[in-house]
Design a protein around this ligand. Sequence first.
Ligand code: SF4
Length: 331
Amino acid sequence: MITYLTELDTKGYIDEPIDPTLDLVEEINKLKKEKNAVLLAHYYQEPEIQDIADYIGDSLGLSQQAAKTQADVIVFAGVHFMAETAKILSPQKKVLLPDLKAGCSLSDSCPPHLFAKFKEQYPDHIAITYVNCTAELKALSDIVCTSSNAVQIVDSLPPDQKIIFGPDKNLGDYVRRKTGRDLVLWNGACMVHELFSQERIQHLRRQFPHAKFIAHPECEKELLDAADYIGSTSGLLKYTQESDSDTFIVATESGIIHQMEKASPGKTFIPAPPNNACACNDCPYMKLNTLEKVYNCMKFDLPEVDLPAGIIARAKRPIERMLEISERLGL
Ligand code: SF4
């Protein structure tokens, strides 16, 4: 165990050699049964991980699933703040994250001690934070939201309620425009959604004039202004299923395209390109998880994500408020 803990400090995951003859999918499924474990995967995970997950979803869906699962162990194929959210909602369960270094640039862009000082400047405001943030930041918040429910949550509050919104300035600005509310924004952003190249996207649109251009609200305003549809990952997925169009240029992390192709096999999905030489925009943190790391993490019950009881108690309230409002509004 000591060797493994040292390994976690340096590498962030268990690097135990795996017998190459093993069928990892079969082994992971066996471990799920043996340990009464559930595997939750975000839409941005590698397709092979999505395909063995018990539940695939965006932040809201995964939070709801984490809250109601009967499993003893939650294996979170996603990033650190998501595993923390699962722990906050199910503190009695063991929560595993295949690679502890699967962090998030957006979450990192809002250190809790600086946000606490920021809040002090606006004593008559409540703080709404996007779920893509640390447990400590959630503990400083009044309501948590996701990209699927941010607009409705802000809309559900009394019109004279003053609001600070963090950490994502692009999502905050989008909510501000949709609701007409004067939100005070924290200046944070996601490196993946800010990297799209307008020029390359325009070039693609000229090449595929009938394609619908769809984008996640973490993208910058200029890009959103040009979009045919804006939505969370599950919103984008639903849109591609329901739309009459057969071609889509997709401006979010490219992992979602796996589910889009499965849901609409006859349709074409083109990842919106970033402003570098790559064809698509992958989140380097999400893509740290591999099938091998999922297997080792389930076999050795490490790395585990745990939180102090005080943080769990304080971070739970704003998440529960989000879940209550979402349920009340039928989201
Ligand atoms: S896509 Fe952006 S917001 Fe999502 S985990 Fe990666 S860095 Fe964070």
